[in-house]
Write a protein that binds this ligand. Sequence first.
Ligand SMILES: NC(=O)C1=CN([C@@H]2O[C@H](COP(=O)(O)OP(=O)(O)OC[C@H]3O[C@@H](n4cnc5c(N)ncnc54)[C@H](OP(=O)(O)O)[C@@H]3O)[C@@H](O)[C@H]2O)C=CC1
Ligand SMILES: [Fe+3]
Length: 614
Amino acid sequence: MAADLGCPSDEGSHRPARPRPGSVAAPEPARWGGARRGGAGRGGADTGRDVGGRARSVGGGRCGSPIARGRGVRAGGHVPAGRSPRAGRGGAGRGAAGGGACGPATASSADLPPPRLRAAGRLATQMSGEMDKPLISRRLVDSDGSLAEAPSEAPKVGVLGSGDFARSLVTRLLGSGFSVVVGSRNPKRTAGLFPSAAQVTFQAEAVDSPDVIFVAMFREHYSSLCGLSDQLAGKILVDVSNPTEQEHLRRRESNAEYLASLFPTCTVVKAFNVISAWTLQSGPRDGNRQVPICSDHPEAKRAVSEMVQAMGFMPMDMGSLVSAREVEAMPLRLLPGWKVPALLALGLFIFFYVYNFVRDVLQPYVRDGKSKFYKLPVSVVNTTLPCVAYVLLSLVYLPGVLAAALQLHRGTKYRRFPDWLDHWLQHRKQIGLLSFFCAALHALYSFCLPLGRVSRYEVVNLAIKQVLANKSHLWIEEEVWRMEIYLSLGVLALGTLSLLAVTSLPSIANSLNWREFSFVQSTLGFVALVLSTLHTLTYGWTRAFEDSHYKFYLPPTFTLTLLVPCVVILAKGLFLLPCFRHRLSKIRRGWEKDGAIKFTLPMDHALAQKTSHV
Ligand SMILES: NC(=O)C1=CN([C@@H]2O[C@H](COP(=O)(O)OP(=O)(O)OC[C@H]3O[C@@H](n4cnc5c(N)ncnc54)[C@H](OP(=O)(O)O)[C@@H]3O)[C@@H](O)[C@H]2O)C=CC1
Ligand SMILES: [Fe+3]
């Protein structure tokens, strides 16, 4: 908490001595015209006036779209003092008591000067006007491809810190049409790391003019900014930080809330923490465009959201600053939703691998003393993978069958499924993708089998046997047909599974309507299950009925794998019978057996009318 930190409230004494303006800043581009950054007139106050003036003229009427203008007006509107929950947090009591918060003792967010917020609104408005421009604006790119010069009318944004994240952020901000001032403890050392269009200066100077300041530093260094609390008052601080997993578990308070408690006169917005420095630099991609944002101040949130959009990302409103903890947990998650399916796949793999090992390796060794341990790396794995793929695929469709059976039994769809079934239904996509992964590996292993020494020796040995037995033509018609059908069905099943996997990608799924999506996932998925079953049956052929294939009294593996898929296929077939199908479709349209809602299908209604006078 703030109190632990004991940030000094006599802010003046801690403020670092302001450097001689212009001593280390990036070389001033000639085209900057009115926006004076360097030379004798580059002092903080001057810069502030320039930016303020610019913002005013932009807010006055040259912003982009009418929507953006409308937003800008709202954003710039008067904000009632009591609206910000921060007002309660950093109030006079805490300040007067000289608590942990940095800055003037009596200040609170209720005192946020409206001009600051108006400027933020104007900034957002101006930014949204830039949204339809390319991410890396042409005029910013030097002939050598580097970012050179920000346009003079660009809205100004501050960035504190000069690390990896700050550098990528600055590059993207410049490329999106912003003017950026970077605040560093040692600008001389770090200036060369930034594009020449960025102004790199001391922290105290950097926070003077911008209304939105990104704090691209680690949490433990936030308190070192306490000396700037006077200058930061009323500004929007964007917290981009991420805790480590241990820090997240140990601390109850999010980094953003901690920053807000240190600077009660500022408005803190949590954003960009889920975007890596690399993504910022290389530009947003489909899968990671979303930027969750939260803040207690709607106007500040809107201003940052529009910046996010201007930078090519998609803002996602996560509510007030209490959500920051949840937002900070997002990058810590390791493949959420995959844990149970992955454990299931691993469990099945171990089970079938051990089963195949006992049958194919241990049994010949124990019974005949034959060493078949060479089968462990490829052969046993390749017998195991299709079993896992096949069972997993049937487990994608089993919960749907169970849910239908439950609805038929209950005579309603308005009762919750048990939790385990709910979770199972939610994990079907991951289970399906793992099934596809195992099937693809099975195909690859099968392709590689002829490359191994084993199959080469087997072919040669068979040929020698044929020669010794004086046989010139080995051709078993039934075997040939079995293998041809088996291979063809396998390829068809894998092809259908690939289609399912591709359509589960968000970018493809979003381009399909609901009917198309459900046709692919439900109908084609079921076709894939049937094809896999036929593939397994042609592999097994008559082996299930031959004693020699029951090793240690264990049935062949394929007979085990057929159990669940056959149940699913039979149940699906059963639900297609008119009596079940009709009842199920009534239930899914809201009909209940004994409940309050009596639902009559239009057809029944017509029938009832026809027969009512009989
Ligand atoms: N890297 C990434 O991909 C991502 C990072 N983040 C977050 O961004 C923030 C910055 O990360 P990153 O850029 O990687 O970290 P770095 O360590 O590379 O940079 C941190 C910067 O903080 C500045 N700083 C200010 N005061 C201090 C101080 N007292 N001690 C040390 N440094 C100080 C330094 O700049 P100077 O010396 O110029 O003052 C330094 O360059 C972190 O909170 C991180 O969680 C979030 C998402 C992704
Ligand atoms: Fe196969």
